[in-house]
Design a protein around this ligand. Structure first.
Ligand code: SF4
Length: 429
C-alpha cells in the first residue's frame, strides 16, 4: 500500500479541502502518514492569496522536490497560476487545480499506475485533522463581494452555498462521531443562503444546527459587517451553545478607504455595529482583521484607523500589509504605498493591539470560563473556550488541574493570571 502525506497551507477553509482529499485517499486504499519522511507521495495543498503565502507555497514545493519525493501540488496557487507553474516547475509530478477535484483520482492515476479509481473529492469521506472533538463545517464556497484587493473570487469563484440538507447531514455525522464543537465557515459566512431557493439564511441554518444536541459549542467565523442582522446577534446572545464570538474582518475603518476597497458600509456603520453587539451580547469576544498600506492610505487615514482600534478595543486583531495582486482592481490603483511605510504601519498596529490585548486580558482575571480540554503542554492543560477560535490566531488559555483530564472533556476554569495574548487559570469543580 502506497504511503501518502499531505501538507496543508493557508486558511482553515483550505484545511477542510485537505481533510476531504485525505478522506478520498483513505478510501482509495492509500496509507496516510503524518510524517513527510515516510511518504511515497506528498500532496501540497497550497495557498495563493497574497504574496507571502505564494512564497511559502513555492518554498514548500521546492523543498519536497529536493527531498526526492513524488510531489502533487493542488489548492489555490494551482488554481490561480496553473500555466505558469507547469512551465516553471516541471519537476512537480502533478498539478491539480481545484476545478479538477471531481476527477482527483483519475488525474492522480497519471502518476500512480496502481490507482484504478476514478473518485473525486467530496465531503463524504472527510478525515478530520483537528482532533476528536472540534471540526470545521464548511457551508459554501467562493465569494461575490469582489473587494478590490482580493484574489479569492478569481481562485474560488463566485459565492455558492451548500444545500442546508447536505450541511445538516454532515453535521449529524460529526455529532455521531463525537464532535463537541463545530466551527461554521465560508469565505462570506453571513451571506449563506442568498443563492438558494428556499429562503435559507444563516439564522435558519444555525437554528437547525442547534437541534443537534450533541454539540456543546457552535462558532461562526468570517462575518461580513453589513450582513450581520439583529436577528443573528440576538440569537447568538440568547443561545448558550452559540459561542459569543464575533469574527468580523473589517479591513479598514475609514469610509474613503472602504469605498476604494469596494467594501460596503462606512465608518459610522462599523461603530454602530460593534456598539450594538457589545450592548446585546455583553460577554462578546470581538475579533477583526485590518489591512495597512492600501493604495491611497494617507498618514491621516492610518492614524484614524489606529484611533478606531483604540475606541473599539478588539479582543483579537490580525493585521496585514496590502499585497499587490495581479488581476485585482487595486493592482492598478494610483498612490501605491511604499513597502517600508507598510512595514512601519504594520508594526505600529501590532504594538497598539498588544497593549489593548494585555489590558483586555486582565479583565478576564477572576472570571470562570467553560470549555473543552484541547491539549497539554508540560503540566498545563489547554482550554478552548468562547475566548479563542481553533485557528491559532487568538491566544491560548493554559490551566492547572489536580486530576487527570481527557482531551475533549468539558471543564470550568477560573482565570488567575493574564499575559499579552494568553491566559492562565485553574480548574474549578
Ligand atoms: S469578502 Fe472580500 S476579502 Fe473576503 S473573500 Fe470576499 S472578496 Fe475576499
Amino acid at each position: 500500500m502506497k504511503k501518502v502525506g499531505i501538507i496543508s497551507l493557508g486558511c482553515s477553509k483550505n484545511l477542510v479541502d485537505s481533510e476531504n482529499i485525505l478522506g478520498l485517499l483513505d478510501k482509495s486504499n492509500y496509507h496516510i502518514v503524518g510524517s513527510a519522511d515516510e511518504a511515497d507521495i506528498i500532496i501540497i495543498n497550497t495557498c495563493g492569496f497574497i504574496n507571502s503565502s505564494k512564497k511559502e507555497s513555492i518554498d514548500t514545493i521546492l523543498e519536497f522536490i529536493n527531498r526526492g519525493k513524488k510531489v502533487v501540488v493542488t489548492g489555490c496557487l494551482v488554481e490561480r497560476y496553473y500555466d505558469d507553474l507547469v512551465k516553471e516547475i516541471p519537476e512537480v509530478d502533478l498539478f491539480l487545480p481545484i476545478r479538477d477535484y471531481p476527477r482527483f483520482n483519475q488525474l492522480l492515476s497519471q502518476i500512480d499506475e496502481d490507482l484504478h479509481d476514478n473518485s473525486g473529492v467530496s465531503d463524504e469521506y472527510r478525515v478530520i485533522s483537528t482532533g476528536k472533538f472540534s471540526a470545521y463545517l464548511k457551508i459554501g464556497e467562493g465569494c461575490s463581494n469582489h473587494c478590490a484587493y482580493c484574489a479569492i473570487p478569481l481562485i474560488r469563484g463566485e459565492f455558492a452555498s451548500r444545500s442546508m440538507e447536505s450541511i445538516i447531514k454532515e453535521a449529524n455525522k460529526l455529532a455521531k462521531d463525537g464532535y463537541k464543537e463545530i466551527v461554521v465557515l465560508q469565505q462570506d459566512t453571513t451571506k449563506y443562503g442568498v443563492d438558494l431557493k428556499g429562503g435559507e439564511n444563516i439564522v435558519k441554518l444555525l437554528k437547525e444546527l442547534l437541534k443537534i444536541k450533541d454539540f456543546d459549542y457552535i462558532r461562526l467565523l468570517y462575518l461580513y459587517p453589513d450582513e450581520i442582522t439583529d436577528e443573528l446577534i440576538e440569537l447568538i446572545g440568547k443561545e448558550e451553545r452559540l459561542t459569543p464570538y464575533f469574527d468580523i474582518p473589517i479591513q479598514h475603518s475609514e469610509t474613503k478607504i472602504l469605498r476604494s476597497m469596494n467594501r460596503r458600509g462606512d465608518k459610522k456603520d462599523l461603530i454602530n455595529l460593534f456598539r450594538k453587539i457589545r450592548e446585546k451580547v455583553p460577554n462578546a469576544i470581538l475579533r477583526t482583521t485590518v489591512m495597512v498600506g492600501f493604495p491611497g492610505e494617507t498618514k491621516k487615514d492610518f492614524d484614524n484607523l489606529k484611533q478606531f482600534i483604540e475606541t473599539i478595543r478588539f479582543d483579537h486583531l490580525g493585521a496585514f500589509k496590502y499585497s499587490r495582486e495581479e488581476n485585482t482592481p487595486a493592482y492598478d490603483y494610483p498612490n501605491q504605498v511604499r513597502e517600508s511605510t507598510k512595514e512601519k504601519r504594520l508594526n505600529e498596529i501590532m504594538k497598539l493591539q498588544q497593549k489593548i490585548s494585555y489590558s483586555k486580558n486582565k479583565e478576564h482575571v477572576g472570571s470562570i470560563m467553560q470549555g473543552l480540554v484541547i491539549g497539554k503542554e508540560k503540566d498545563l492543560y489547554l482550554l478552548r473556550s468562547y475566548f479563542n477560535a481553533p485557528d491559532d490566531i487568538d491566544g491560548k488559555i493554559f490551566f492547572k488541574s489536580n486530576r487527570e483530564l481527557k482531551l475533549g472533556e468539558k471543564v470550568k476554569v477560573k482565570i488567575t493570571d493574564s499575559f499579552i495574548y494568553d491566559l492562565l487559570g485553574e480548574e474549578v469543580i
